[in-house]
Structures are given as structure tokens and as C-alpha cells.
Design a protein around this ligand. Sequence first.
Ligand code: WQD
Length: 339
Amino acid sequence: MNILLTGGAGYIGSHTAVELIGAGHHVIIADNLSNSSPEAVRRIGELTGTAPAFYEIDVCDRAALDQVFAQEKPEAVIHLAGLKAVGESVREPLRYYRNNLDAALTLLEVMAAYDVKIFVFSSSATVYGEPGVSLFTEDMPRGVCSSPYGRSKQMIEQFLEDSSAADPSLSVVMLRYFNPVGAHESGRIGEDPDGIPNNLMPYISQVAVGRLPRLTIFGNDWPTPDGTCLRDYLHVVDLARGHLAAVEYAVGRTGCEAINLGTGQGRSVLEMVNAFSSASGVEIPYVFGPRRPGDIAAYWADPSRAAKLLHWHAELTLEDMCRDSWNWQKDNPHGYSEE
Ligand code: WQD
């Protein structure tokens, strides 16, 4: 299929592009490079032997997006482009709502104009809010989010459900990611956050490579076995394969499905630190600090709907996640930039 992959130069996007091309699909990347590098696009071509079509555009730019549809005639859209930093969204809510909602609405309008019916959306476990339980299942209602980032994901899910109800020929899959970590086994593509990482694994790997002095663990007084928060970390290559399964599932179907992508297992921050040290051979200095606002103690995915509908389950192990994270970071100490 011709697949338009928005945000395809990014962390999740580049890994998804590699899996889609590997499965024989023709990938068109639209990315404004606001949080990604053209080097990632080049390396996708290096890894797969096939350079994806690449358009440096903002998905909110209706005219530019229309041109891409006219030229490339996509048969499906996988929409990953978006602002995703939780803390930043609290400081800059209007920028987040304008960017994330505008991009989704513009895409849906251009899809309608070109009669494109398949839409896979990068949603997030954050849409569940704080339901008071740790096992998140798709039939749970969307909860109360603690950030404009999370609320923008909830709003886009609502757009998709309403669009699907209005146009029953649409085929929509909303993938609710848990915590993606790791990198392609080659070490050629990986996570390259701008500035100080917000997320745990890139922070750990930057400590390991000497870019940061130590990790601060946000709270060791949580109601969990070792006092640190539990999350469902999954390998980004498993996540990418979940997108391939989702877009192929969506062909020849109609309706709107929310599907968790996670391993179904919660792991603590301390477990992640120790697993990374074992996989890399590098000790990670850390201190305990105060809890981070917005964090909750423990949650992980019920992955059974992904297994049932997509025939997908996470296959890569915690050791794979840590080894591949380190492999990427040690080979690319400054990410894609040549410092
Ligand atoms: C994981 C655990 C922290 C950094 C967020 C978004 C979610 C998705 C993934 C975008 C928590 C602890 C972290 C650090 C720490 N993002 N931690 N020290 O918060 O579960 O999820 O990122 O799609 O939508 O909500 O991920 O990696 O930030 O934190 O102790 O320096 O690591 O407290 O318990 P999170 P995270």
C-alpha cells in the first residue's frame, strides 16, 4: 500500500517506517523536522535499501498536505506527527492544542477530499487518566488527564469516533502506546530528544554516555514493591510492528477501534535502572528526589485486544530494550547531530 506516515522522521516514526518498508509498503514521510532530523530519514533508506518519499511540511498546512495527497495518492494514513512533551504542554497549552488538533483536523479533511479511508492514530495510555486501577483496558472510559498534551490526545480520539460515526466507511485504529523505549538493533536510529530528556530511558542512556551526571528518581515512597513507579515499557520495534499490524488490519474493515500497545507487565524505575546497568555494563548514578506532578504510581496495558484483533504481542525483552537503547546511545552520543 501507499502509506502516508506523518512524523515519520521521529523516534516512533523512523522505526515504523523501517517496518512498513520491510513489509513491502511504499512509505511517504511528511514531517516538519521540529523535533526530528533529516539524517533519520536518510538512515531509514540506508537500513531498508529503499529511500522513503520525504516531504518537509507541516501537517497543519492544508495546501502543502493537499499537494502530497495529489502527488502520492496515499491509500492509508498513519498519523504520528505531534507535540508530545507533557510538561511543556502545561506551560504552552495553546501551542499544543493548535498544533495537535489542527494537524488531525487538516489530515481528516484532506483524507475526505481524496477519499482515503484508513487512519491509524498515535494515541497514548495517558488518555485513561487516573482510573484508580493499574490494568488499563480499552473499554474503560477516557479519564481526567493531567496535561493539555493528554487532553489533546483525548480530543483527537473523540474527533475520530465522531468521524467514524458520521462516515461508516472510515476504518480507524487508535493505538494507545504505553512506554516506548529502545532502538533498532543496528544502532543507526533511536530516540534523540531535544534538550534534557523528559522520559526515563533516554535520561538513563544520556547518564550512561556521560552527557548527564546522574538520574533523579522521582519518588521512592510510592505504594509499589520497591517504592518507585511502575510502567509498561515496550520495545519501540515491537511498537513499530504494532503499527504495521494495525494498518494491515484496517484494510477491508470499517469502524473505529482503540487498541493498547504494551507488554502487559509493569516494571519499576529501579528495575529499569538495574536492567540498563546489566545490559550496558555501565553503573547509573542516581538520587531519589520528590515525586513529579502528574505521575501516578502504577499502570500497565491489558494487551489482549491487540492479540485478538491484530495478532500482535510484544516479543522483545527488557534486556533487548536496554541493550538496544545503549547500543544506539553509545554509537550516537549526541543523537543525529555531529557534535
Ligand atoms: C516513567 C517513569 C517517572 C524521568 C510519559 C507520557 C506518555 C508518553 C510516555 C508520550 C515515571 C520516572 C522519569 C526521570 C524518573 N509520552 N522518571 N526520572 O511519565 O510514564 O509517560 O511518557 O507519548 O504519554 O505521559 O514516562 O519516561 O516520563 O516516566 O524517575 O528523570 O520514570 O516518575 O515513574 P511516563 P516517563
